[in-house]
Design a binder for this molecule. Structure first.
Ligand code: AGP
Length: 615
């Protein structure tokens, strides 16, 4: 996600901010910028650039030749991972107020920015970006009456959503205002200097004494002092924490691998994916990026999904969702097939291109083929401004945050959540009733909690992983919504542990592959307490009769399934349409711990790339 670095003190702020932003590069970003107070000009100066920090440094050297002067002792910087608005220089932070006296850097999402923006435009404020953040810069100017702390507090009182911000003002060259609500802000207290950052990796090079803000805290920071208050200006005290972890540990959030960190980020990633998109009262969801009218939605008679790898398996879940919840015939195809087999696309076909990176070559080609045939195409991507997002011009962003581990985890579960929200919209344009829609929306609201409960099973999963870590072959079985979950589970194991794993439909096993089973081939069976469970339990017994050990992924408390296996991974109970989410998280953790026991390089498996940008 985005990164914030602010500095006030005796050093050259440019150097501190740039080195701090470099520490945050691992979080993923697509543009960067900084604003400094120039005592010579008695004004704020700002430099921004699309792409990597190296590009920003070049721009600084060109636009601000005196940037290394010792009088630049105050500033804020930002690395942006685009959410609202493509990764352009105009959208890069910091954002300035209309009068140029205030600069704001912001992490988070301002949900009511459109209404605030409309009011400010009516008052004559001129916007130069598509971002929600720019609203804050103008609000600070609007609220300013001489006290920067009060102006920022008054501005934040009007904001709904999440924020982690740092603000500087040209009339207040001795201080930085920082605040948080839902997006972390840490303040490093050094010797006659302070560093504000969204992540302590930017701080620990200068000091290990850090204060973490709580939600709705607002801090007034000078080189010598730190005063924290509530938005209502009630003083609060926050403990000083001594940081003793090293940089590598911090970038991974204390986890051993990015993959494990991202597995554990899934409650937050899902909360971000559904934030502001669930309309429980109306029993539906709102996905503004679709840019489709109700009439256009109602006219769609067929859905075609194209994707690769894990995204393809998410698309398979999508097929069940659209046919189950919306009664819409849905095809799912590997993008490489779609692009070459002259697909049948009618004017009332909706194509969904699912891609975490938005840069997968086969999926890009499938999008262009569908567009050539006049289809309505939506991109379901995680990376804002990616090629697929730009080619389609509309779609739904996952908001799952950067996915660094090559093995896709949080993107899959966010894709399933987005597909479920889409299916509800299309269902409510057809036969899905308001009451059924409300039930589905309420269950989606529970998704982060369901995932958090699933993650609590990690210890039990680790024990099972060690037991089977030396296997050379494994099968994954499932039926219905669990069939794509089985395929995804097999892929996770294959790609990070190098064990030969095969996903199969539970009922299909006896049509041949069961010949492969013996005591050396364990079988993972996705068998939550859903329709068809008893038939899958029969398949489990068929496997055990051939000597295979069966690892059941079963609903907590479901004694029938639990008594039919050798080992069990318990998943929280949830409605069928969301069941792939906890089941696949169980499979992610199983694959991770098996790979870890085998000593595999989990974040960068051999032969694999995070984004397959070639055919
Ligand atoms: C999944 O763990 C793999 N990294 C791979 O299958 C990936 O899902 C596939 O390459 C598609 O990538 P995309 O979602 O970025 O298009």
């Amino acid at each position: 996600m985005c990164g914030i670095v602010g500095y006030i003190g005796q050093r050259n702020a440019t150097g501190v901010i740039i080195s701090g932003l470099k520490r945050l590069e691992y979080r993923g970003y697509d543009s960067a910028g900084l604003a400094l107070y120039s005592s010579r000009r008695q004004a704020l100066v700002r430099v921004r650039a699309v792409g990597k920090i190296a590009g920003l440094v070049s721009r600084i050297e060109t636009d601000l030749p005196d940037h290394a002067d010792p009088d630049y002792t105050l500033g804020v910087g930002h690395t942006r991972w685009a959410t609202h608005g493509a990764p352009t220089e105009a959208n890069a932070h910091p954002h300035l107020s209309r009068n140029g006296e205030f600069a704001v850097v912001h992490n988070g999402i301002i949900e009511n920015y459109a209404a605030l923006k409309e009011r400010l435009i009516r008052k004559g404020y001129i916007f130069t970006s598509e971002t929600d953040t720019e609203v804050l810069a103008h609000l600070v100017e609007e609220c300013y009456e001489g006290d920067l702390h009060c102006a920022v507090a008054a501005a934040l009182e009007q904001v709904e959503g999440t924020y982690g911000i740092a603000v500087v003002g040209s009339r207040h060259q001795g201080l930085i205002i920082a605040a948080r609500k839902g997006s972390p802000i840490a303040i490093g207290a050094g010797q006659s200097e302070a560093i504000v950052a969204s992540d302590i990796s930017a701080i620990i090079g200068y000091t290990k004494q850090v204060v973490f803000l709580n939600d709705e805290d607002i801090a007034t920071i000078t080189a010598e002092t730190l005063d924290i208050a509530s938005l209502k200006n009630v003083p609060v005290s926050r403990a000083l924490t001594h940081i003793d972890s090293n940089l590598d540990q911090i970038e991974k959030g204390g986890f051993e691998h990015f993959m494990l960190k991202e597995i554990h980020e899934q409650p937050q990633a899902l909360a971000n994916a559904i934030r502001g998109r669930l309309l429980e009262k109306d029993g539906t969801t709102r996905l503004g990026g679709m840019q489709m009218t109700s009439a256009e939605i109602a006219r769609i008679s067929h859905i075609s999904i194209a994707a690769c790898g894990t995204s393809y398996y998410a698309g398979m879940v999508g097929k069940y969702l659209f046919e189950d919840l919306a009664g819409l015939p849905t095809d799912i195809e590997q993008a490489a097939e779609f692009r070459y087999r002259n697909p049948i696309i009618e004017p009332d076909t909706l194509m969904l291109a699912i891609s975490q990176s938005g840069e997968t070559a086969d999926t890009i080609a499938a999008v262009r083929e569908a567009l050539r045939k006049g289809a309505t195409v939506l991109g379901i991507c995680n990376v804002v401004g990616s090629t697929i997002a730009r080619d389609t011009g509309r779609g739904v962003y996952l908001h799952a945050g950067p996915e660094i581990g090559v093995a896709s985890t949080k993107a899959f579960t966010a894709q399933v959540a987005v597909l479920a929200m889409l299916a509800i919209i299309f269902g409510r344009a057809r036969r899905l009733s308001g009451s059924k829609g409300r039930e589905l929306v309420r269950e989606l609201t529970r998704a982060p909690a369901i995932v958090a409960a699933m993650l609590e099973e990690e210890g039990a999963i680790k024990v099972i992983a060690e037991k089977y870590a030396r296997s050379e072959h494994m099968f994954y079985l499932g039926r219905g919504y669990m069939y794509p979950a089985a395929l995804e589970g097999a892929l996770k194991l294959k790609e990070i542990s190098y064990i030969h794993a095969e996903g199969y439909h539970a009922a299909e096993l006896k049509h041949g592959p069961i010949a492969l089973l013996d005591e050396h081939v364990p079988v993972v069976v996705a068998v939550p307490d859903l329709p068809g469970k008893s038939k899958t339990i029969s398949n489990m017994q068929e496997c055990r009769a051939r000597g295979s050990s069966v690892i059941a992924i079963a609903t907590s408390g479901d004694d029938e399934a639990i008594s039919s296996c050798n080992d069990v991974i318990r998943v929280p109970r949830c409605l069928e349409f969301l069941a792939p989410i906890p089941v696949v998280i169980a499979e992610q953790l199983l694959a991770y711990h098996i790979a870890r026991f085998r000593g595999c390089p989990i974040d960068q498996p051999r032969n694999l790339a995070k984004s397959v940008t070639v055919e």
